[in-house]
Design a protein around this ligand. Sequence first.
Ligand code: GDP
Ligand code: MG
Length: 600
Amino acid sequence: TPPEQIRNFCIIAHIDHGKSTLADRMLQITGVVEPRQMRAQYLDRMDIERERGITIKSQAVRMPWAADVGDGQDVFALNMIDTPGHVDFTYEVSRSLAACEGAVLLVDAAQGIEAQTLANLYLAMENDLAIIPVLNKIDLPAAQPEKYAEELAGLIGCDPGDVLKVSGKTGEGVEALLDEIVAQLPPPEGRPEAPARAMIFDSVYDTYRGVVTYVRVVDGTLNPRERIEMMSTKATHDLLELGIISPEPLPSKGLGVGEVGYLITGVKDVRQSKVGDTVTTSARPAESPIGGYKDPRPMVFSGLYPIDGSDYPTLRDALDKLKLNDAALAYEPETSAALGFGFRVGFLGLLHLEIVRERLEREFDLDLISTQPNVVYEVTMEDGTDVRVTNPSEFPYGKVGEIREPIVRATILAPSEYIGAIMELCQSKRGQLGGMDYLSEDRVEMRYTLPLAEIVFDFFDQLKSKTRGYASLDYQEAGDQVADLVKVDILLQGETVDAFSAVVHKDKAYAYGTSMAGKLKELIPRQQFEVPIQAAIGSRIIARENIRAIRKDVLSKCYGGDISRKRKLLEKQKEGKKRMKNIGTVEVPQEAFVAALSSD
Ligand code: GDP
Ligand code: MG
């Protein structure tokens, strides 16, 4: 297809504003998916995506659309790229955007602009995309299209009359939107004769075909059977197949300037085919890659341990398998005195963590304990050496000069009556107000700088509950800051329990120590001797509880001489012991760790 007849676009929206539903309707209206094959959220292929109703991996589909842009009717190729909507996957969104010339900015006509509407709009603007403002869900009785058309027009600086109104559910207005995509978005530009350059905006592992790489060609042409090179690593692969998706893969004879499609090289690991990287050919390599590539960088770490130690090899194999499809997943083996053999795993954020954990448990039938998630700390010792801490129990002892923690720039949108509650919450999380703007009389945008560690855990839930669900949040990495952090250890009878060590702000150390010590006192059964539980910063004890001694004698429960019953009890006690972990001389049931580590 000549570039003049191609339009590459994505749909960007706040979560639940109806992106996937609109994408479904477009597939149906353009005839790409036959009515009898249609199912809701056609593009969300992973089970977890369907169940949670969220899009994790972006997908690209080509749709034919006949339109008239002034010189008679022509059939255009519309490439729609569906993007993930959650903050954890911002980098994937930004690469998907970079593969497009334009974006449909979709806003729920009953909700108005939300935090991710803004975040995605800013990303689209950074990528110089043409924006088509669209209100969705106009079929809803609660829709206020006039009010929100004003709001949206004010935001992007257009006339309220230029805001399109559609319903992804009923299909109303969707044909007109497809016409506007052709009319308003510029065709792709590129140099057809130049060495080939294509940007990878997604790569997915398929059991049968290996890694399927989604690319947007910028310059030149990619042809089947060529040898290609990944510019960030210089690794080369044979191109076994290439083609377009419409909506199933369709091999083609080549991908030219502006075209969007897939490549198959037979590699088995998505890390050979990284999002953001540039593909060129070995025969005639391009001089420089397309800009903007970033290595995926885990932001949140957690220890993952099998509850049953004999599952360790299964866990290792499962992680190896998931990694094939998740370039951002990083892990290395770790041993814990309390939890045994496991892995320290790095994630993009908490949603990413939850998804990985859920897949491990569901697809590989594993029962797991995960330790309290933590962010990455950079520690500079007084002698100038730097230590990167991804596990609190490895926090260095000795002369610490400076500790830095990651921070984010957060945008919160909410009705203005909640300003006070939001400020209070952000202050308690060590936030610094950067600025505040009214979007309309009663809606406000607040910008905060916050430590990542303070917001990755339950910040969003607290924000929602303090604003009765009306606030929305988005955030972006913003470097790091020096902070007054300490490592708090939890000791049982003088022995540190590694799984409970945490790096927290100095002002919160006492609260962490007392709550953990209190929890463990409830959870650990009494032993034959007294067991002190202590929380300590270095050698300084900041909290203490005691588990009083009992004499545990199972046989005392038996009255007479029923030997077989006694034997049974003894065996039961042995059985119970298997799931005990010894911390020094203290026996702790595995359940106690699980319960203490699960958030409440
Ligand atoms: P996404 O998170 O942006 O992909 O949103 P979805 O497409 O998953 O839609 C979120 C919810 O809104 C689902 O329950 C949809 O059925 C509903 N929805 C989407 N579009 C419309 C619409 O045009 N009208 C109505 N009434 N509901 C819609
Ligand atoms: Mg979706």
